[in-house]
Write a protein that binds this ligand. Structure first.
Ligand code: HPA
Ligand code: ZN
Length: 324
């Protein structure tokens, strides 16, 4: 199974680049930038990665991002992730970045997107990994702040293909951002949104209807609404599911309770992704391996999951055909 999973050409569609910051690099950057850390060493930092829900994770994740200061830091972060992709036969990746996490600390937008994009370009030329960048608005902040971020981003519009919505879900429904996403669509960007991770199935409906998303990030709570499951089956609007994230954040009490296998068998376009691999204990292969063993997935099921990732991506039809 390990060999089989390794050999599958994998596409990642739900990865927060800030969530790929491993404790070792976090310490290196803290030292380089002279940022004091409330942890004595890598081991005690890793030991703090015990989460009870999404917010308990986000608090630590935003704290970790404070060590990212210079353009080179964003390059190093992204390059480390791409090397993991290379080791795990991830051939294409569409990654999120959260500009507000950085610009609100006074880091220039240009340095954030510049460092990430420079690494992605090297990923393609040196490792053969293609990629796309998705800017994500923080939903716990205001609509006004999202509009301001969009304005700041427009001079760099050639560097990203889409805009998403992440951070604290409950109490921050997609429709809070209807107007800014209408503008985003007008500008020609792809739209995605986190919905139905901790929040209700209703948020998946409003992401679809009000924001007109091309994909739902997470979406596992769709099972609470049979009409929604049927809609997702018929339309094949993809769900970018993140199994290790879901168990680490207690969305499912254990992996054997995860619904990805059932949704796959019902014909939904579910995909496997790592979300924040440095915090949740694994990259793409670890996610595939975890669901395979807990849910006893077969090779045809695993291959279908990988094909769904290709189908759900923003790659050209020509490239998709070449990978299928
Ligand atoms: N959900 C919401 N916001 C996030 C996540 C997530 O899983 N990861 C990073 N930001
Ligand atoms: Zn996410």
């Amino acid at each position: 199974m390990e060999t089989f999973i390794h050999a599958l050409p994998k596409v990642e569609l739900h990865l927060h680049i800030e969530g790929s910051l491993e404790p070792e690099l976090l310490f290196t950057l803290a030292e380089r930038n002279q940022i004091p850390l409330p942890y004595a060493d890598v081991e005690s930092l890793r030991a703090a990665y015990q989460f009870t829900n999404l917010q308990s994770f986000l608090d630590i994740y935003y704290q970790g991002a404070n060590v990212l200061i210079r353009e080179q830091d964003f390059y190093d972060l992204t390059w480390a992730y791409l090397q993991k992709c290379h080791q795990q036969n991830v051939v294409h990746t569409e990654i999120f970045f959260d500009p507000q996490t950085h610009t609100d600390r006074g880091i220039p937008f240009a340095d954030v997107i510049g460092g990430i994009s420079r690494a992605l370009a090297d990923g393609e030329s040196k490792l053969g990994i293609t990629s796309a960048l998705i800017l994500s608005f923080l939903r716990h902040l205001s609509e006004e702040a999202a509009f301001a971020t969009l304005e700041q981003a427009l001079p760099y519009r050639d560097l990203f293909v889409g805009i998403g919505l992440d951070s604290s879900e409950k109490g921050n429904p997609p429709e809070k951002f209807s107007r800014v996403f209408a503008r985003v669509r007008e500008l020609g960007f792809k739209v995605v949104a986190h919905a139905g991770e901790e929040g209700p199935a209703e948020y998946i409906w409003t992401a679809l209807n009000d924001l007109q998303v091309a994909r739902i990030d997470h979406g596992v709570r769709c099972v609470d609404d049979p009409a929604l499951v049927e809609h997702l089956r018929q339309t094949r609007v993809p769900l970018t599911v993140c199994p290790l994230s879901n168990t680490k954040l207690c969305v499912f009490s254990e992996m054997s309770e995860h619904n990805i296998g059932k949704l796959l068998d019902q014909g939904l376009c579910v995909t496997v992704n790592s979300d924040d691999p440095a915090y949740f204990g694994g990259y793409m292969e670890e996610n595939y391996l975890a669901i395979q063993s807990a849910l006893d997935l077969t090779k045809p099921q695993l291959a279908q999951l990988a094909r769904n990732g290709i189908e759900a991506s923003f790659m050209t039809e020509q490239r998709k055909q070449a990978l299928m």
